[in-house]
Design a protein around this ligand. Structure first.
Ligand SMILES: [Zn+2]
Length: 113
């Protein structure tokens, strides 16, 4: 059994190819630990020995979950200080463009269009 066009998997492929040092834990859960009612967040620990954590809300559609995960992964890649600055924006835009390319390629490869 295999999943042909899992968008989360495609996103992981892109990040591993382009930013192989990216390291974080990703949790799908309803308790956003930043205390806000958000659909996703990235938590940078004060202790550098602790891991960065991304949280994604479980009620999101697959499409929105992928988009929000890309947003949060761009935060991990850009670093804590970047927030939503140009550097973060460039990474997020890059992930989006490459994701679309890969998704189209995957659809064509398996005649899913
Ligand atoms: Zn953000």
């Amino acid at each position: 059994m295999r999943f042909i066009n899992n968008p989360i998997e495609i996103l992981f492929e892109i990040v591993k190819e382009r930013y192989p040092d990216t390291d974080c834990d990703i949790i799908i859960g309803m308790q956003m630990t930043d205390g806000k009612e958000t659909l996703g967040c990235t938590l940078f620990p004060d202790d550098p020995n602790e891991r960065v954590v991304i949280e994604i809300h479980p009620t999101l559609s697959l499409e929105n979950a992928t988009e929000i995960l890309a947003h949060e992964l761009a935060h991990v890649i850009a670093g804590k200080e970047a927030d939503h600055n140009e550097h973060w924006n460039a990474i997020f835009a890059e992930l989006h463009v490459v994701f679309q390319e890969k998704l189209i390629n995957r659809f064509e490869q398996y005649n899913l269009v």
